[in-house]
Ligand binder design. Structure first.
Ligand SMILES: C[S@@+](CC[C@H](N)C(=O)[O-])C[C@H]1O[C@@H](n2cnc3c(N)ncnc32)[C@H](O)[C@@H]1O
Length: 251
């Protein structure tokens, strides 16, 4: 197979089948799944409508979200996945084949590959960490596209603007907002575009060693409001929140 498919990431989700483990290949130049992936999957599964026709994993990385969703639905559901990174798309295709699921994986920025298409569920996980932190966090090595802007909102704001045109009438958008980005404008935009915006998952984490090694930068981003931390016990913590949005607001 292609080079670079080095590490194996074992993903275990108790609710999928009988504690079925899903093993996907990962690569140094593709985003490595994190705990946000787990939260997103839980939220996505809950967001599945009955008898969906088409699902989209936007910013798919190694394809884990699309693969798990494909295993949750009937084989005739059109499961799609895309990423800006060619390496990610290659890896997601490889992982889908290994898992025996059919996923239409395409390369492109945001909705570029899906013009004219409608989905019952869109799971957006396009990079959304304040760019200066993304690059020192270890989550986004140089080879993994991020460019989410100083406050991490660049892509998610565009996704929120465009998503209503890509959702089926009863469709739902599931998206994470990390407090390692500026949350308020993202929520304001979500509420401007969708009639229902619901918090469905929340998890707090202490700052990692990688981030603590750049404490001056962290403080600078807190001071200008790009990110938000809270003290929990003795430790400064950040959160991942997963939102589900539905119901187009007509302007
Ligand atoms: C947080 S990772 C998500 C990966 C995957 N969902 C997971 O849980 O492992 C963000 C992904 O967004 C992709 N990305 C960055 N900018 C993008 C853009 N403009 N359009 C589409 N994908 C983008 C990156 O290549 C990366 O794979």
């Amino acid at each position: 197979m292609t080079t670079g498919l080095s590490r194996e990431f074992a993903y275990r989700d108790k609710k999928l089948g009988d504690t079925e483990a899903i093993t996907v290949a990962t690569a140094a130049d593709v985003f490595y799944p994190t705990s946000t992936t787990m939260l997103l999957l839980r939220a996505a599964r809950r967001g599945l409508v009955q008898r969906p026709r088409a699902l989209l994993d936007l910013g798919c990385g190694c394809g884990i979200v699309a693969i798990v969703l494909a295993k949750c639905v009937e084989p005739d559901v059109h499961v799609c996945a895309s990423d800006l990174s060619a390496a990610a798309v290659r890896l997601a295709r490889y992982n889908a084949r290994r898992q025996g699921v059919r996923i239409d994986c395409q390369r492109g920025s945001l909705f570029e590959p899906w013009v004219g298409r409608r989905f019952d569920l869109i799971v957006d996980d396009v990079a959304g960490v304040a760019e200066p932190l993304a690059r020192v966090s270890g989550w986004y090595p140089r080879s993994v596209p991020s460019d989410a802007g100083r406050d991490g909102t660049r892509w998610v704001l565009s996704v929120l603007d465009a998503a209503p045109d890509y959702l089926a009438p009863a469709g739902r958008l599931v998206f994470p907002v990390l407090t390692l980005s500026r949350e308020a404008p993202v929520l304001a935009r979500a509420r401007a575009r969708f009639s229902a915006v619901e918090l469905v998952e929340e998890q707090w984490y202490p700052l990692t060693e990688e981030l603590l090694a750049h404490v001056a930068l962290v403080e600078e981003l807190v001071a200008d409001g790009s990110i938000h931390l809270e003290k929990r016990g003795t430790r400064w913590c950040w959160a991942t929140r997963i939102y589900a949005a539905s119901g187009r607001v007509r302007t």
